[in-house]
Design a protein around this ligand. Sequence first.
Ligand SMILES: [Cu+2]
Length: 68
Amino acid sequence: MAEQREYTVVGMTCGHCRAAVAEEVGAVAGVEAVEVDLSSGALTVSGEGLDDDAVVAAVAEAGYEVRR
Ligand SMILES: [Cu+2]
């Protein structure tokens, strides 16, 4: 069943940051859609069988951090 989760990413400063996060998180297993709001840091992930740790790791891979 599809679900949606919200995270807050810290450290993004421009469109390239935003694109990097969207690309890395979009490659996580089960993820079907990613929305990133640069100004608020809001990361909305939609998909099935989402794994918080995998999302956090993908954000870290892009060079940013999820505020928990
Ligand atoms: Cu940037």
